[in-house]
Design a binder for this molecule. Structure first.
Ligand code: BES
Ligand code: ZN
Length: 614
């Protein structure tokens, strides 16, 4: 009898005939049937257990049922332990309801299918996270900067939210949310929501996010965090060690926000704060709304890397307000953001710095295009069946940016920015794909079709970079290249290159323009003059190390080991290990360093580096 019921239940849960409408999952990276039943508000209730390194609690989904005939809700999960599911018709009375955790798909994880009654309005899923959660990094006290308290942070983009809460994990849907987070009383929890600087520090924290956000923007961090205001609407959260330095480094955030407000419309998210994470954070920054997460490697003392703040702030419009509906359209998030970022940098720091940053981006794009399979150099790749983590590279970022630059040159900067401002207003709090952009562009900017359909199609659908791209010229960069050539020809000494005024951009240009073959004498000369192996700027250090690893430059070894053991940002460590692996003389040394460093890396970085097979 019991067996019969189970079989029936299974049939109901997996079959499509019973429910009337077939399951629908238009986002290739999600199981969610959000077009039929939409989760529109979440209530998260979680305890953060640092001893067992897990989150325990429940998430409540308040539902909107577009198709009342549909009798099940499908959520995304990965490596979660589900303990119970209850359902309610009134939000007051809750009853157990049948559910099934489906078969694991390597990319998407496991669908959680929950039975709904016709009147079900909300469900609660009780669960625990497991050590495999790809979206969480648990740090012990000695893996933090201050080494006193443990730390936890989430990284949900693109599809890691499902590893720490069961939900419709697709950027096509948006939710508002509330949360109650319980943790050690010494610690502070913050979220991509209404953090308040005056919260009582008692281990129990409440959050409210009244603006609808896609799942990948739900974020949580817990640690020995403190707050420092930078202006009325901006501030920094960080471990104490970083607090003053960070607030000085990021002091221009308000100016950036003012510039963006002028250009692209009023900042829509109330406050804008930055959270400085431990150095294992695998990215430069993550645009979690109201509270961007950033790596401490941009705190250099000279504001040289704060275009990253401009970038994450820019996402407040491109990405967080107008969102790519699936990860095939990631250029709508990242390409637009690179464009907005560069406009902000231009306004706040001037044309010449913005131009240098653009040129460095283009240089990186060209290098990347050489390495990628041609199909992946299109702005709109098809990531069905592939890991969307791999969709984020220079092509959507910089090729996307160059398309928008090209349009701005064609229509005029001011007219184009006004168009973008209308675009952000029109699609605010919506998720769109490229065709929505194209339609809006045709109707609102290109009515006369002065920008040919053929060139737009070329940009969007053809691989590589073709056609005419108008790039700025940088006199500074030209001077540096000329001086470098003279040195290489033996016509001048390094001390005669006026490097004492060089910014990071100039150093990066100098290093990236150096020939890949340098003699030990030349390396020594560079080292004597500039101590590049000792650079405390992670961008400069990495550019230099990438150049000299293949040349067996002995002076890089100690600092490189130190760097790899203390920094977890993938942009740096993946290329460095890649170069190390390619050098037969250093490979086993690198494998040893990796073994030592690996426990401190984020699960995503571990996965990337494991794939390298050192
Ligand atoms: N949204 C990204 C971070 C991200 C990338 C999350 C890939 C998930 C997968 C963020 O806005 C970003 O682009 N960060 C860059 C910095 C930026 C200045 C190019 C980074 O982390 O390096
Ligand atoms: Zn970005």
């Amino acid at each position: 009898m019991l067996r019969k019921i189970c079989l029936l239940l299974l049939y109901w849960l997996c079959g499509s005939a019973v429910a009337g409408t077939p399951l629908q999952a238009p986002d290739p990276h999600s199981f969610a049937n959000y077009k039929q039943v939409r989760s529109r508000h979440l209530v998260l209730n979680l305890a953060v257990d640092f001893t067992r390194q897990k989150l325990t609690g429940y998430v409540e989904h308040q539902l909107e049922r577009a198709d009342p005939a549909v009798q099940r809700l499908v959520l995304d999960t990965r490596h979660l332990k589900i303990t119970a599911v209850t359902a309610s018709n009134d939000g007051v009375h809750w009853q157990n309801t049948p559910y099934l955790l489906g078969i694991t798909d390597n990319l998407k994880g496991q669908p959680l299918t929950i039975q709904l009654q016709p009147a079900t309005q909300a469900v609660r899923v009780y669960y625990q996270t497991t050590p495999q959660a790809s979206g969480l990094q648990w740090l012990t006290a000695d893996q933090t900067s201050e080494k006193k308290q443990p730390f936890l942070f989430s990284q949900s983009q693109p599809i890691h939210a499902r590893s720490w809460l069961p939900l419709q994990d697709t950027p096509a849907n948006r939710v508002t949310y509330q949360a109650e987070i319980q943790t050690l009383p010494e610690l502070l929890a913050v979220m991509s929501a209404d953090n308040s600087a005056n919260t009582k520090r008692d281990g129990l924290y409440h959050f409210d996010m009244p603006q609808p956000v896609p799942s990948y923007l739900i974020a949580l961090a817990v640690g020995d965090l403190h707050f420092k205001a930078m202006s009325a609407d901006t501030g920094v959260y960080a471990e104490k060690i970083w607090l003053d330095k960070a607030s000085i480094e990021f002091a221009d955030t308000q100016k950036m926000m003012d510039a963006a407000n002028r250009l692209f419309g009023q900042y829509p998210w109330k406050r804008y704060d930055l959270l400085v994470l431990p150095s294992s954070f695998p990215f430069g920054g993550m645009e979690n709304p109201r509270l961007s997460f950033v790596t401490p490697t941009i705190i250099t003392g000279d504001k040289s890397l704060i275009s990253l703040v401009a970038h994450e702030l820019a996402h407040s419009w491109s990405g967080n307000l107008v969102t790519n509906a699936s990860w095939n359209d990631v250029w709508l998030n990242e390409g637009f953001t690179n464009y907005v970022e560069n406009r902000i940098m231009q306004q706040v720091y001037g044309q010449s710095r913005a131009d240098m940053e653009l040129l460095l981006n283009v240089q990186a794009l060209r290098e990347r295009i050489r390495q990628l399979p041609s199909a992946d150099t299109r702005l709109q790749p098809d990531f069905t069946g592939r890991d969307p983590d791999d969709a984020f590279h220079q092509v959507p970022y910089v090729k996307g940016q160059l398309l928008l630059n090209t349009l701005a040159q064609h229509f005029g900067q001011q007219k184009f920015d006004e168009f973008l401002r209308r675009y952000f207003a029109k699609f605010a709090f919506q998720s769109i794909d490229s065709s929505a952009f194209i339609e809006f562009f045709s109707a609102e900017l290109n009515q006369q079709q002065s920008f040919s359909e053929a060139s737009l199609a070329q940009w969007l659908y053809q691989p590589g970079l073709s056609g005419e791209i108008l790039l700025p010229t940088s006199d500074t960069f030209r001077r540096i290249s000329a001086g470098q050539q003279q040195w290489l020809r033996g016509e001048t000494s390094l001390s005669l290159l006026a490097t004492n005024q060089w910014s990071v951009h100039e150093w990066l240009h100098f290093i990236e323009q150096l020939p890949r073959q340098l003699s030990p004498q030349q390396l020594n000369e560079l080292e004597m003059a500039f101590s590049l192996s000792q650079s405390s700027n992670a961008e400069i250090f990495t550019a230099w190390a990438k150049l000299v690893i293949p040349l067996n430059h002995p002076q890089i070894i100690q600092p490189l080991r130190q760097f790899l053991l203390s920094v977890g940002r993938q942009k740096f460590i993946v290329p460095l290990y890649t170069e190390l692996k390619a050098n037969p003389q250093w490979r086993s040394w690198a494998a040893q360093v990796y073994r030592e460093a690996r426990p401190g890396y984020h699960p995503l970085a571990q996965q990337q580096l494991d794939r390298l097979g050192l």
